[in-house]
Each structure stands twice: as structure tokens, then as C-alpha cells.
Ligand binder design. Structure first.
Ligand code: SF4
Ligand code: SF4
Length: 243
């Protein structure tokens, strides 16, 4: 879990997500609203958080970092699955065979530790001609990874032992928003762990009613990533909400 310095913003964001969850929206709308709120919070606040920093090196068509493992909450994965299905429903989109690409990426990388996955250098299935084709709905993890040195990213992706100068405000804001969302999901009795994106998507796209099971409190998107320590995260969330 990313360190959260102050309980005030955490509690405020937790309550914002909790209000959406309590409003009993229709299932599709609930996921759109929850994740839309998370993405808006990130995009609306990252500018202020980084205004005194040098410009980022990130730009369209710079996919070296997209060999990293992506983790996401269940609602982020369901939203992404909807987007994939909408692309797949058009003739042009169907030609991309996204579900097959996702399944292939999962077969190649599923179960690998982060370092092993990095060594494999297998790009994310959503990189098409060097560009992320799901950019509007990319998970918080992707939004929170930004660098000041494009060459360092490329060298790290090529397996060189280099330090990539990443933006701490991006990491911290992603952590704050994602943790607050997880905390609200937990309070609502919903599964709130982090899943590996490709595995979660393979399951979300399999047509077995996984969204409905998640909405009923089930854990329908496969294993939680091993590094996610639910016990310590829950303790931290409770402390932050109590302060
Ligand atoms: S993190 Fe690095 S590789 Fe990724 S978009 Fe930014 S500069 Fe490019
Ligand atoms: S979802 Fe998009 S931004 Fe995230 S790793 Fe995949 S291609 Fe990169």
C-alpha cells in the first residue's frame, strides 16, 4: 500500500466513493460512476500536485513502461472490459482481436513475479502501433506511473540496471485515490483487493456473470496479487478513518 500521510483527504475521498456506493445505482452505472470519479479525481488534481516539478517525459507513442505488470481493482477491470467489448463490437475493432490478445498476454505472463515479467519484455496487449488504445479507461496504476527521463525508461525496459526518475506526486495521488476506493468497497462489503489486469480481464470477458457476482460481494476476478496484504491495508484504512 502506498503511504498516506494525512487522514483528512483519505476520509474525504472514502466518503465520496461511499456515497456513490450507497446510492444504489444500476450495476453498469455504479461501476462507471465509481471509476469515473477515481479517474476525474486523479486528472483534476495531478496538475496542482506537479506544478513545481520539471516537465514529464511522457507522451503519446512512448510505450517502454507498458511492459510492467498492471494491477487494478475489480471496478476498474469491469470498466475496461466494457470498453474492450465496445471496441470488439465494431468491424474495425474486431480486427484487433483484443480478447485474444489479452488471453495471449495472460498465458505468457500470468503468475510471473514483477522482475520476471520485466525480463520477458512482453508489451501490454493494448499497445497497438506504439499507442495505448484504451487510454481513456487505463487503470489508476497506469495514470500513476510517469517519468522525467524517457531514455531511462527505455534503458530499464531493455533490461539495463538504471534508476528511472519517476514522479512521486503521481505515485502518491494514485495511491491515495486507489486506497480510498478500496476502503469504500470494503465498507460496502465488496471485494476490494488488487488483481493482475490481464488475468482479471480474461475472467471479466468470459461471459460467466462475474460482474453480478462481484456486486453481490463475491470475489469473481481470480486471485488477489500476492504482494497485496489485505490485513495491514484494512488496519491502515481503519486507523485513517478513525483519526
Ligand atoms: S513512464 Fe517513461 S516510457 Fe512510460 S510514457 Fe512516461 S516517459 Fe514514456
Ligand atoms: S493499459 Fe495502456 S497505459 Fe496501461 S500498460 Fe496497457 S498500454 Fe500501457
Amino acid at each position: 500500500m502506498t503511504a498516506i500521510e494525512s487522514s483528512g483527504p483519505f476520509r474525504e475521498l472514502h466518503l465520496a466513493f461511499a456515497r456513490i456506493l450507497a446510492a444504489r445505482h444500476a450495476p453498469g452505472m455504479l461501476i462507471d460512476m465509481l471509476v469515473g470519479q477515481a479517474f476525474d479525481l486523479f486528472e483534476d488534481n495531478i496538475g496542482v500536485q506537479t506544478q513545481d516539478l520539471p516537465p514529464l517525459a511522457c507522451q503519446k507513442g512512448c510505450p517502454s513502461c507498458c511492459i510492467l505488470r498492471v494491477t487494478a481493482t475489480a471496478p476498474e477491470i469491469f470498466l475496461l472490459a466494457d470498453y474492450v467489448q465496445r471496441i470488439d463490437a465494431t468491424p474495425q475493432g474486431a480486427a484487433l482481436a483484443l480478447p485474444r490478445r489479452i488471453a495471449h498476454a495472460h498465458r505468457a505472463t500470468g503468475g510471473l513475479a514483477e522482475a520476471e515479467r520485466m525480463a520477458l519484455r512482453k508489451p501490454c496487449p493494448f499497445i497497438i502501433h506504439g499507442v495505448c488504445i484504451v487510454h481513456p479507461v487505463r487503470p489508476l496504476a497506469c495514470r500513476g506511473h510517469a517519468s522525467f527521463d524517457r531514455r531511462a525508461c527505455a534503458r530499464a525496459a531493455a533490461g539495463r540496471d538504471v534508476e528511472v526518475p519517476v514522479s512521486e506526486p503521481h505515485l502518491n495521488l494514485r495511491g491515495l485515490i486507489q486506497n480510498a476506493l478500496q476502503s469504500a468497497l470494503r465498507s460496502a462489503g465488496l471485494s476490494w483487493g488488487l488483481h493482475e489486469m490481464n488475468h482479471g480481464l480474461v475472467l471479466a470477458l468470459d461471459g460467466h456473470g462475474r460482474r453480478g457476482r462481484w456486486l453481490e460481494g463475491g470475489d469473481s476476478l481470480g486471485p488477489i496479487v500476492a504482494e497485496f496484504d489485505a490485513t495491514s491495508a484494512a488496519e491502515r484504512f481503519d486507523q485513517l478513518l478513525a483519526n
